[in-house]
Design a protein around this ligand. Structure first.
Ligand SMILES: [Zn+2]
Length: 345
């Protein structure tokens, strides 16, 4: 038996539908042929709808003609309890109640008229089950090779604060903090932050171009930097905190230059936009403790706007715990753009 899940009746009522509660906690039975898994033949595992314990593999499912999902055996004998009417746990007899061994939910009954190899028929209510598909390795491999991804590299000052605005975007697969733009191989954080390596703190985004475009990422990038300064961002001063777009191919270069020009022409900034756009060089991922720094250090991330296509824009609120990465005027920059977006920017 796995760990016991014990809840009050009131708790189960909030977790389960009224039909599930009636079946699983009051030993009810769904009407034949009405359950969602009566005619269900996908490859996977049926879990307890109350506690998610694995109960039956799809390979043990057979067509009994009864109108209820029927199985020859549970995932493991200890995952279910077979109980006679009120007299305790016994060996399986002609008709025996079947319970989830973890949360005690009533699942159905087991009969001794099943097919080989066990000769048993676990007759289970669909409502007591939740199905989880099992994707085999070959399918996973095919899915991975079919799904093409692209990368984007942006520098926007301190990388701790640049991960958050991108990580939540639909279509963004990963955001890695690192260093790029300089010449020193495998630079350390201390080397980069003390200046002199030529590197700047940057993020490398892996994204699905079918879900989110490079142009969208550029929009979010501009929203999260101050594009009017060349050698610092917010409170972080130095060439190692310069903002930049590091393009990976000609298409990215064209899009980046067009977006910078559009921003300049929009008149949102009275000063010239000086953010550089240059060819990407080697991107060196930063030390592990820098990755997801804002999560590890409980930055508060706020949604500030949503454009017409429903893409969330996020900003670091400036709440911080243990570093000098505060961006006191991120809000004003971003609010500026919220207005701009409403104007159709
Ligand atoms: Zn359960």
């Amino acid at each position: 038996m796995t760990e016991n899940v014990v809840k009050t009746e009131a708790e189960w009522k909030t977790l389960l539908t009224s039909e599930q509660f009636h079946i699983m906690r009051e030993k009810g039975t769904e009407r034949a042929f009405t359950g969602q898994y009566a005619k269900h033949h996908d490859h996977g595992v049926y879990r307890c709808a109350g506690c998610a314990q694995d109960l039956f593999y799809s390979k043990a499912k057979f067509e009994s003609g009864t109108g209820w999902p029927s199985f020859t055996a549970p995932v493991a004998p200890e995952n279910v309890l077979s109980l006679s009417d009120g007299s305790g746990i016994i060996n399986i007899v002609a008709r025996t109640e079947v319970l989830c061994s973890s949360c005690g939910a009533h699942l159905g009954h087991v009969f001794s008229d099943g097919p080989e190899p066990t000769g048993l028929r676990y007759c289970i209510n669909s409502a007591a089950l939740q199905f989880a598909a099992i994707v085999d390795d070959r399918t996973k491999l095919a899915q991975a090779s079919a799904g093409k991804t692209e990368k984007a590299i942006f520098a926007g000052g301190c990388f701790w604060c640049m991960e958050a605005p991108f990580e939540k975007l639909p279509g963004v697969i990963s955001v890695v903090s690192g260093y790029t733009g300089g010449i020193k191989k495998n630079p350390s954080y201390e080397e980069v932050s003390s200046g002199g390596t030529g590197h700047t703190e940057a993020i490398e985004i892996t994204f699905d171009p079918d879900t989110i475009s490079y142009e969208k990422l550029l929009n979010v990038f501009w929203m999260n930097i101050d594009p009017t300064v060349a050698d610092r961002q917010f409170v972080d001063v130095g060439y190692q905190y310069r903002a930049a777009v590091f393009y990976l191919d000609d298409a990215q270069k064209r899009l980046a230059e067009a977006s910078r020009e559009k921003l300049q022409k929009s008149g949102r900034f009275t000063q010239p936009i000086v953010t550089e756009i240059r060819q990407a060089s080697v991107f060196y991922p930063a030390e592990e403790y820098h990755q997801d720094y804002y999560k590890k250090n409980r930055y508060v991330i706020n949604t500030i706007a949503m454009d017409q296509e429903g893409i969330n824009f996020w900003t670091v609120s400036g709440v911080k715990t243990a570093n000098n990465c505060d961006r006191p005027f991120t809000y004003s920059v971003c609010n500026h753009y919220v207005v701009a977006l409403k104007d159709g920017w």
